[in-house]
Each structure stands twice: as structure tokens, then as C-alpha cells.
Design a protein around this ligand. Structure first.
Ligand code: ADP
Ligand code: MG
Length: 386
């Protein structure tokens, strides 16, 4: 990991991104607006970030020649999704500043290691058991049922998860997941879900965004609401403190999001961490004076980490591909004209050619002069979206 606080990498330099999804696209847009040049490495010719980047290396993440080229062309390199292979980041880090670093990414890629890190940081997570062998499956405590069986690696947006209530269902679910290494988590009764995004610099200094309240549907983030009245000060304080100790424990450099469950008694349980900007932080583009992508840029380049300020209440609605199919199988775009007639509506689309159910196509952030106004507008937008 990079520990020395070198000279900042100033506008005009070239920055690389491993991954070409929407998070990479919004990073590229933030970097370009400050005069940086960008290179995206992604195997998809029409990736959201590749489409807007100055340069696009069309290659697999483990393509050694492409990685060498990325390192050669860029002054620093970041990532936009957590499944970038850690060895690729290690190869790049031998030549260039890379954040987040491979070790932090490797931990976040593995639910079992991730939970061990939370425990080591003294932050409570859901009761769970690691299942890698038939013996571990047989030894699972009854107290973890009903539960959710999650693959240790490569899950996202609720994929790679099966809800189970009995031992027989658990055994069947493990077989269905190909007997892959898994974590069984006790199903908790959630009162709410929230997340915190921090940015940690090369010198260990940290700034954070306000606590975000998240609503998931079918395992996918649907709505994020951010305004002061939404979370009690005590809860907000402990969520921020927990996030900071999780980032500190990794000597993390970059933007990190930690997701939490709020239980019925208002206690906080950590769910997972993302070593990158997060869907629940997209509202920061329109509702804060610095976005999560601006802070990713600042941590990567070593520019000043100024604490961000939210200047408007915000409600973000994810635009999933399902919205393109209100009736039948033919894709129809949502009513953009009507949506954009709403005051404080900010439309972000990721340039994905094909709408598919469950696919994140874009998001709509509603800002307003007051919470009541933002809520009323968001309700109107939701009605228009059907
Ligand atoms: P992903 O990596 O796909 O985001 P998560 O582990 O965050 O997977 O789970 C997705 C959603 O499923 C969570 O945001 C939450 O709504 C629900 N969920 C996950 N684990 C639990 C649990 N132990 N108890 C209750 N709900 C859960
Ligand atoms: Mg999640």
C-alpha cells in the first residue's frame, strides 16, 4: 500500500479506472470536469465509462499487456467495482499510485474475510457461519435459521443469495449455489437500512457524507433518502464512527461505503462494505458541494480532502430496466419529458443500450427547498414512473 504522502497529481494528468460501469462513468465525468484525462480498462466495447472516457483499453482485467499499458499511460489508477481481481491491482501498484489497494479490495471481495474484519474492528455484524465444507454445513447452529445463504464471492444486487428456513432448505440451497464457499447469515428483523460514505486520504485524514437511508426491493437498492430528520443523531454518530474504524482498520485510501442494518431496538449491525463509491451516494452529485466522485478524485490524486456539505434534502430513485417494460416485452423509455418538468429533478442515465429487468439504467435525484417539497416531488416522480 502507498504510505508516503507524495506530491499531488494535478489537473492535466491522466487517471486510469479499472472497470467500465456507471460508477466509473461518473468518476470519469468528475475527473474530466477538472481537466484530467482518463483511461478506462474494461472488456465491454459499450461500457458506460468506456463510452465517455478519453481512452478505452478494451481488454480483460487480467490481460498483462493491457495492465502494463494502463500503468504506462496513467499517473494514478482507481477501481469502480469490487470484483477487479486483486492481482491486477498488485501489478499496477508496482508502478503507479493505486487506490483502493489490492488488500482492501481482496477483503471486501470475500464475505467471510469482510465479516472477520468487522469483528476485528469491534463493529457488530449479523450472527453468521462460514460454510465451505459438508462438515461445516452439518455443524451449523439452529439459531442461524431462518437465514440467508450468500456466496462468499461475486454476489451483488441480491444475486447469489437464497433465503432458507429449515436445514433441508439450507442443504438444497448450498447445492444450488454449487457448494461454493458461502456465509449463512441469520435473518434479522430490520427496522431500516442505512449507509455511510467516507473518504480517507493518503495521510489518514477522513471526511464523510451524511448518513443515507436506503430502501431495498428484492435485494436491490430502490430509494435513498438523505436529510437530517431522517436518522437520529445518536444513530448517525455510531454509524459514522463504525465506518471510520472499518476504514482505519484497513489503512484505507479512497472512498468507501459501509451498509448497515438498523434493528427494531435501534441498534446498528454492519452489513457490508464497498471499496468504492456507492449507489446510495449518487445523490451527492446534485445535493452536495462535493460528490463522492469528487472525493474519489481527491483521494486518488492527493488533493485536499475538504469536508462535503449537503446543500439540499435529496431523494434518489434508482431507474431499473423494469421501468422500460410497463406492459409486455417491448422496451419503452420512461416519460422523461414529464419527469424533467418536475422542479429539482436531476436525471442521470448511464448510456446502456439495452434495458433489462433488474439492470441499473440510471437514477433520478430529487432536490428541494425543504424535505416536504422533495418528498412531494419524489412521490410525483414515482407515480409518473408507474
Ligand atoms: P448485495 O451484496 O447483493 O448487496 P446484501 O448482503 O447487501 O447483498 O443483501 C441485499 C439486501 O438483502 C440487504 O440490503 C437487505 O435488504 C437484505 N438482507 C441481506 N442480509 C440480510 C439479513 N441478514 N437479514 C435481513 N435482511 C438481509
Ligand atoms: Mg448490499
Amino acid at each position: 500500500p502507498v504510505t508516503s504522502v507524495g506530491a499531488p497529481i494535478l489537473p492535466g494528468a491522466t487517471l486510469g479506472v479499472m472497470g467500465g460501469g456507471q460508477l466509473g462513468r461518473m468518476f470519469v465525468q468528475a475527473a474530466q470536469s477538472m481537466g484530467y484525462f482518463t483511461v478506462v480498462l474494461d472488456p465491454d466495447a459499450s461500457s458506460p465509462a468506456g463510452l465517455v472516457s478519453h481512452y478505452h483499453l478494451l481488454a480483460d482485467y487480467l490481460d498483462a499487456a493491457a495492465l502494463a499499458q494502463l500503468a504506462q499511460r496513467c499517473d494514478a489508477i482507481t477501481t469502480e467495482f469490487e470484483n477487479v481481481p486483486a492481482p491486477a491491482l498488485r501489478q499496477l501498484a508496482a508502478q503507479r499510485r493505486v487506490s483502493p489497494d489490492a488488500d482492501a479490495v481482496a477483503i471486501a471481495q470475500d464475505r467471510a474475510r469482510e465479516k472477520a474484519h468487522f469483528v476485528a474492528c469491534g463493529v457488530p455484524c449479523a450472527p453468521h457461519a462460514v460454510i465451505e465444507t459438508a462438515a461445516q454445513l452439518a455443524a451449523v447452529s439452529e439459531a442461524l435459521l431462518p437465514g440467508i445463504l450468500k456466496t462468499a464471492r461475486l454476489g451483488y444486487d441480491g444475486k447469489g443469495q437464497i433465503r432458507v428456513t429449515t436445514r433441508a432448505e439450507l442443504a438444497a440451497a448450498w447445492a444450488e449455489l454449487g457448494n461454493a464457499p458461502c456465509v449463512l447469515e441469520k435473518m434479522l428483523a430490520l427496522k431500516a437500512e442505512c449507509s455511510v460514505i467516507v473518504a480517507r486520504g493518503l495521510d489518514g485524514a477522513m471526511v464523510h457524507f451524511p448518513v443515507q437511508r436506503n430502501l431495498h426491493q428484492g435485494g436491490i437498492l430502490a430509494v435513498t433518502e438523505v436529510y437530517e430528520e431522517n436518522v437520529s443523531p445518536a444513530l448517525a454518530r455510531s454509524a459514522v464512527e463504525a465506518t471510520e474504524s472499518i476504514a482505519n482498520g484497513l489503512q484505507y485510501v479512497g472512498v468507501m461505503c459501509v451498509e448497515f442494518f438498523v434493528l427494531q431496538d435501534d441498534s446498528l449491525v454492519v452489513n457490508e462494505m464497498a471499496p468504492r463509491p456507492h449507489n446510495s451516494g449518487h445523490y451527492t452529485i446534485d445535493a452536495c458541494d462535493l460528490s463522492q466522485f469528487d472525493l474519489q478524485l481527491r483521494t486518488l490524486t492527493g488533493l485536499p480532502l475538504v469536508a462535503p456539505r449537503q446543500h439540499s434534502p435529496a431523494i434518489m430513485l434508482n431507474l431499473l430496466g423494469d421501468l422500460w417494460f410497463p406492459s409486455g416485452d417491448e422496451a419503452v423509455a420512461p416519460p422523461w419529458r414529464e419527469l424533467l418538468a418536475l422542479p429539482g429533478a436531476h436525471l442521470h442515465l448511464y448510456g446502456k443500450q439495452q434495458a433489462r429487468r433488474g439492470r441499473k439504467m440510471g437514477h433520478l435525484t430529487i432536490t428541494g427547498a425543504s424535505v416536504a417539497q422533495a418528498r412531494a416531488t419524489a412521490q410525483q416522480a414515482a407515480r409518473q414512473l408507474g
